[in-house]
Write a protein that binds this ligand. Structure first.
Ligand code: FE2
Length: 325
């Protein structure tokens, strides 16, 4: 029996199918972001238009029939309201069409769980870095099993910061990965660096970098912005590592696709003699398989079913990890 998961929190409408923790398929349709950025209603329309096709693709690619599905998960939040609603409606439709239970899933937990499973990690320090989220986390059992937030961004997520810079610098496509390409061979120029304990902030850095584009080579600004932002994350992660004493470190989320960030975090982990892992890019980008993975754990552990709502600000530390006891 298989479990299907639907991810729709931002520009990706992803549908994945898993069985016993193994990914059978992972299909997606991505909204193409223009220089206006993400317009919520346009992205939600894209998701609604593509839902039927991506669900059918995922079932086909998994080599199963819809009757083999045992449960369906969808992203409850956090994310962009209208986009979350498109996924919730698709989840409800699958649930009622096939008479299977529907599980609301926290997006961040899904990023962590799929990477943790692939890396065969037990209890890592987690560096969760994406468009809207940037947090340093570790599992805590009391008062209920959840991820405790040791540090996080005071303002914007590192991914949104890199995307905003890419748009201002007229990079095409305007993604963080394009900033990484542009940064190769750049020289360092001074940038504001903001770490407070295990928290950090990116908006001052972004403002400074955009201003610096007027008087410096784009390559140098991209390099300096990236090195500064990633160093801030590394400093916070290292402090959390020392505080928690964890023996493994995991990076996940869209920005964990960055090979430069991976290299820097690996060097932090290496200097403390602990193992570091980041999943293949397909599973760090937003995807449906990660939602299916958590829905399967919720089903198998008999977690109490909750109302199929959405919550744009669904904090990761409010999500119960029932399968961890
Ligand atoms: Fe994400």
């Amino acid at each position: 029996m298989a479990v299907i998961g639907i991810e729709s929190s931002a520009h990706t409408f992803g549908v994945g199918i898993v069985e016993n923790g193994k990914v059978l398929s992972n299909s997606k349709a991505m909204f193409k972001i223009s220089d206006r950025g993400i317009i919520p209603m346009e992205v939600a329309d894209h998701h609604a238009e593509n839902a039927g096709k991506v669900i059918a693709d995922a079932i086909d690619a998994a080599g199963i029939s819809a009757g083999d599905l045992e449960a369906v998960g969808y992203t409850k939040g956090p994310g962009i309201g209208p986009c979350l609603r498109a996924g919730q409606l698709a989840g409800k439709a699958v649930s009622s069409s096939y008479g299977i239970p529907l599980f609301p899933v926290n997006h961040g937990i899904a990023h962590i769980e799929i990477a943790k499973g692939m890396g065969k990690m037990g209890d890592p320090l987690v560096v969760y870095v994406s468009g809207g989220n940037s947090q340093i986390l570790a599992m805590e059992r009391k008062p209920f099993s959840h991820y405790h937030v040791y540090g996080e961004t005071f303002d914007i997520g590192v991914g949104n910061m890199l995307d905003s810079f890419a748009r201002a610098a007229k990079l095409n496509p305007a993604w963080g990965s394009t900033v990484e390409k542009e940064a190769r061979g750049g020289r360092y120029i001074g940038m504001p660096y903001t770490v407070k304990g295990m928290d950090f902030a990116f908006s001052g850095l972004l403002t400074n970098a955009v201003k610096a584009l007027g008087t410096n080579r784009r390559k140098d600004v991209a390099f300096s912005l990236q090195e500064t932002a990633f160093s801030m994350i590394c400093e916070a992660a290292e402090r959390a590592l020392l505080l928690t004493g964890k023996k493994e470190m995991l990076a996940c989320g869209g920005v964990a696709q960055s090979s430069r960030l991976g290299e820097m975090l690996e060097s932090v982990a290496g200097s403390h003699g602990i193992r570091f892992y980041r999943a293949p890019n397909e599973f760090n980008a937003d995807n449906g398989a990660m939602i299916a993975m958590v829905a399967e754990k919720m089903l198998d552990s008999g977690m109490r079913r909750e109302a199929p709502t959405i919550d744009q600000k669904f904090r990761i530390d409010r999500a119960e990890i029932g399968w961890e006891g």
